[in-house]
Design a protein around this ligand. Structure first.
Ligand code: A2P
Length: 270
């Protein structure tokens, strides 16, 4: 359960560090360093986060061989060419390949960027390619035209956004679903149900939410800039949520098990 198999044959860690909303420079470098020291081997950034150079620096300075780290970045779809932008990402990251390259959101439709993503894959710039914030309908549209299938759909996912229909469709198509903002950007940490389960298990609310995602078969990427929280968020492989706890968490969903892929009800790019 600590690694998930992707369609392209590589394995992705079940828990990683997300660096959305982490400042470029010392803050990102320290967070990535702390995560790698704590045992994380998945780091998730994006062109839109503006912190790829700091991610790359921390990875190089860790001394951990590049091939032991799973590195994701995302194509900013306001740009024209996924291939050109991937080359720039590699330059900023100071590495010669990505493990995963995602279309950050379906701006302009779900299919136009895919040939460029496939070129990134066939040229060896990234081992895997995938998408983010895609709905089940958008995944289906993409599947119709794709020569190389998307390996991952990264979406806003937690017990409160339990996109059951999207997860089912992705599982059926063999895609791994990756959960960003698994703590609801921190908002879900104070929920009473999550708190009760955490107390019963002698764990923290963050660990309960991350563990729930792991047990659903997801790759989960909590964000933190604090070393002790980074360590805590990775310590989720030595306990289990029982059926009752999972059911209580499942019941927190506010999306009615949606097949939709967006965090917001409006398209934030239009
Ligand atoms: P910080 O970065 O200051 O540590 P999400 O992963 O859902 O986006 O949530 C990230 C938010 O949750 C951030 O505000 C982060 O704060 C906070 N956070 C992350 N891990 C923990 C934790 N273990 N305990 C408390 N807050 C946490």
């Amino acid at each position: 359960m600590t690694q998930l198999k992707l369609l392209n044959g590589t394995e992705i860690p079940a828990v990683g560090l997300g660096v959305w909303q982490v400042e470029d420079g010392a803050q990102t470098e320290q967070a990535v360093s702390a995560a790698l020291e704590a045992g994380y081997r998945l780091i998730d950034t994006a062109q839109g986060y503006g912190n790829e150079a700091s991610v790359g620096k921390a990875i190089r300075e860790s001394g951990i061989p590049r091939e032991e780290i799973f590195l994701t970045t995302k194509f900013l779809p306001a740009k024209d060419d996924p291939y050109v932008e991937a080359e720039k990402s590699l330059e900023r990251l100071g590495t010669d390949y990505l493990d995963l390259y995602l279309i950050h959101w379906p701006q302009g439709g779900p299919t136009w960027a895919w040939p460029g993503m496939e070129k990134v894959s066939t040229a060896g710039l990234s081992k895997g390619i995938g998408v983010s914030n895609f709905s089940a309908a958008e995944l289906a549209e993409l599947a119709k035209v794709a020569e190389i299938p998307a390996a991952v759909n990264q979406v806003y996912f937690s017990p409160f956004a339990y996109r059951r229909a999207l997860l089912d469709a992705s599982n059926e198509a063999g895609l791994v679903t990756q959960a960003y903002s698994p703590l609801g950007t921190g908002e879900h940490l104070t929920d009473a149900v999550v708190g009760r389960i955490a107390e019963e298990l002698g764990r923290t609310p963050a660990q309960v939410l991350i563990r729930w995602g792991v047990q659903k078969g997801l790759s989960v990427i909590p964000k933190s800039t604090h070393r002790e929280r980074i360590v805590q968020n990775f310590a989720v492989f030595d306990f289990e949520l029982d059926e009752q706890a999972v059911a209580a968490l499942d019941a927190l969903d506010t999306t009615n098990g949606t097949a939709d892929g967006l965090a917001a009800t409006t398209k934030w790019w239009s």
